[in-house]
Design a protein around this ligand. Structure first.
Ligand SMILES: Cc1cc2nc3c(=O)[nH]c(=O)nc-3n(C[C@H](O)[C@H](O)[C@H](O)COP(=O)(O)O)c2cc1C
Length: 373
């Protein structure tokens, strides 16, 4: 018997060739399974963010208003909302199955997210020929928007709805044009809501220190990490499967298999995360704190409205923005942060940095049918 042939009759070289081919096939098969290159994230993203086509019939128009509401900012992209389309009204309801008990135990940010959706709905309703009248969730657990036919009022904020994004990259450090800064620091407010602009480098450095402390606290809390991992989408296959959550490329991170991403996030050193966010804040020429007199559902909804209005205004001025809410989400830091930024008796609700940067990949949204009651 030829000594180079084994019991299958294959030479050692043939055997090696075969096993390399098998390994390559397995690796390629796994890569295909993980990444599914035939799925197009860009196509889905373009569909999500397509500009509104104004409808002449009321029912499709109402659905478009709901779609534009869902394009709003919202915590962890959980999209914690449901909408009810009535004859002359749209209701926005909380979807408590999408709450974030670790980072948002009071549902404060959930109601802020509904406020963001409300603002988009109001701006879009005015642009398509309705006057909206809002009933806040003081008595009931939902927001009602009564719609009365009127002359359409299209504004730059309406055009900004499909362009707004939370841009999590570092910014270019350039100061914001003074006339634009004036517009940012004096947005149209809601009763009981105020904003504080911070551009002084020493004051910004003090904010960096609070963001650091917030990160150190959150990234040592296993329930925070578990919740974050649950909502992270480490590759487009996972993002496209649920159409919600935090897709890695929207935060400037690469696509990886889910198991690897989960391992990586679970092993993140708190100081590592703190340093990344400190660099992001230091690359920003300014930050804004949105604060409220009360700390209840209606105040949270109005906070969301002011934030979204501001975000749309910044988008229309080509200014990018992103949240760094750690010092407000961390209960033991919130009142210290309130004093540090000179808020007196108002309560900090959101911390937003702003500046100039390239746009990032867009986040996805579930379709209207998935959010109708
Ligand atoms: C109340 C609230 C809190 C948020 N907190 C953070 C945050 O701390 N860090 C962050 O990067 N993004 C935060 N976001 C942004 C959301 O993650 C973002 O809006 C969502 O992923 C959808 O992406 P988009 O805004 O780019 O459409 C927050 C948004 C809201 C409304």
């Amino acid at each position: 018997m030829n000594e180079n042939k084994n019991r299958t009759g294959l030479s050692r070289r043939d055997f090696l060739k075969l096993s390399s081919a098998a390994t390559l096939t397995a690796v390629a098969g796994y890569a295909l399974y993980e990444y599914q290159p035939w799925l197009s994230y860009n196509e889905q993203s373009n569909l999500t963010w397509r500009p509104m086509v104004k409808e002449t019939n009321t029912p499709p128009q109402m659905r478009e208003l709901v779609r534009y509401a869902t394009l709003a900012a919202n915590g962890h992209n959980t999209q914690p909302w449901k909408f009810a389309i009535k004859e002359n009204a749209i209701e926005i309801h909380p979807d408590f199955s999408r709450q974030l008990p670790a980072v948002d135990p009071q549902n404060r940010e959930l109601w802020i997210s509904l406020g963001c959706a409300l603002e988009n709905l109001i701006v879009a309703a005015r642009a398509t020929g309705f006057t909206p009248e809002v009933t806040y969730p003081d008595m009931a657990d939902f927001i009602n928007v009564q719609l009365t036919a009127d002359t359409p009022l299209e504004t730059p904020l309406f055009k900004a709805i499909p362009l707004r994004q939370n841009t999590r990259s570092e910014f270019d450090g350039q100061p914001v044009v003074v006339t634009d800064l004036d517009q940012i620091q004096s947005p149209t407010l809601e009763p009981g809501i105020g904003v504080r602009l911070i551009t002084n480098p020493a004051a910004l450095e003090a904010v960096v220190e609070y963001v650091n402390q917030g990160n150190l606290s959150q990234y040592t809390d296993p329930s925070f990490i578990d919740e974050l991992i649950y909502w992270l989408r480490f590759n487009k296959k996972d993002a496209l499967a649920t159409l919600d959550g935090l897709y890695s490329r929207c935060s400037g991170n690469p696509e990886v298999p889910g198991w690897l991403g989960r391992m990586f996030v679970a092993g993140t050193k708190p100081q590592q995360q703190a340093d990344i966010d400190a660099a992001k804040l230091r690359s920003s020429p300014g930050a804004i704190v949105i604060a409220s007199e009360a700390d209840d559902k209606s105040a949270w909804v109005r906070t969301g409205q002011v934030y979204e209005r501001l975000a749309l205004k910044m988008t229309s001025l080509n200014i990018k923005s992103a949240f760094l809410n750690q010092p407000i989400e961390t209960a033991e830091l919130r009142s210290q942060f309130q004093n540090a930024v000179g808020l007196d008796t108002s309560l900090p609700q959101l911390l937003v940095r702003f500046g100039y940067a390239e746009a990032m990949p867009r986040s996805l949204r579930r379709p209207v049918e998935a959010v109708l009651l």
